[in-house]
Design a protein around this ligand. Structure first.
Ligand code: IPD
Ligand code: CA
Ligand code: CA
Length: 269
């Protein structure tokens, strides 16, 4: 039985966190580089994660927490019980450079299986949540799964660097599709799959906080979220991921394992 009191609390926390993020754009951000100049962290990434961790600890002290910024100091080494997964700002580069096109992602897992996922497109004020066994909602309105039948009639989504270098045989997907789109934030890219704007999201390597909410949302909508070799995703590991409805997900997995000559790339790709 899903805990609707917990769900109500999460909705309030998401709204509070989103409002703080929107407000932070009125002042200068403290920006630090992580691995390189394109890998940034701001005080708002840390403050947002701290906010969620404090709320979770206050209400659910026995639950485990995985967060990108490592605010929770108890490392998670097994996925038993309830595990929260937090990406406080997904698309930090967009958050800094564009002040839009970023999201908050949060997911709840029980014994390694997704129960609920939340993605907030902060500047559009669009909150998506999915409860496994119930459905997916956009601003509390049920989202009807729009079934794209085949990749050749649709767009796909992923990141530009991956397609440019054919990482993970990604050009096999691109050439089969009408073209690729890239939003610079897994959060928004996953939403575009759920809405049926694109057939498939493909990434060659995402951290658990990048894929957990999307995995739960896919599960709640009857979509598939696996590795390209059809393995179950693992909350303790970085994984390549493919998200899509069952039809196009199966087609994508097949295309990704075929090492045939890359077809022509549509000029509008
Ligand atoms: C990144 C974004 C990006 C994806 C990277 C992620 P971050 O998340 O989702 O679209 O390609 O793999 O790390 O660092 O902005 O939370
Ligand atoms: Ca992040
Ligand atoms: Ca992320």
């Amino acid at each position: 039985m899903f805990d609707y009191q917990m769900h109500s609390r999460i909705l309030v926390w998401m709204e509070t966190a989103a409002e703080e993020l929107r407000r932070s754009h009125q002042r200068d951000l403290k920006i630090e580089e992580k691995k390189n100049a394109a890998d940034l962290v701001t005080e708002m990434d840390k403050a947002t994660e701290t906010f969620f961790v404090q709320k979770i600890r206050e209400h659910y002290p026995e639950h485990q927490i995985i967060g990108e910024e490592g605010i929770n100091d108890a490392p998670v080494t097994d996925v038993s019980g309830t595990v929260w997964v937090i990406d406080p700002i997904d698309g930090t580069l967009n958050f800094v450079k564009q002040k839009k096109n970023f999201g908050i992602m949060l997911a709840i897992f029980e014994d390694g299986l997704p129960k609920a996922g939340y993605i907030y497109d902060v500047t559009s004020h669009d909150l998506y949540y999915g409860i496994v066994g119930v459905g997916v909602f956009r601003n509390h309105q049920i989202l009807e799964p729009f079934k794209i039948q085949t990749i050749s009639e649709a767009l796909i989504v992923g990141n530009i660097g991956m397609f440019a270098t054919n990482r993970g045989n990604s050009l096999a997907l691109l050439t089969q599709s009408l073209g690729a789109r890239a939003y610079g934030a897994a959060a928004l890219e996953i939403i575009s799959v759920l809405k049926g704007e694109v057939a498939v999201y493909y990434s060659c390597g995402l951290q658990p906080w990048d894929f957990a909410a999307g995995w739960a949302l896919c599960e709640a909508l009857g979509f598939k979220a696996t590795t390209p070799d059809n393995q179950t995703l693992n909350l303790l590991k970085r994984c390549p991921v493919v998200f899509g409805n069952p039809l196009v997900h199966a087609e994508a997995l097949q295309l990704l394992k075929e090492t045939k000559e890359i077809g022509e790339i549509n000029e509008n790709s």
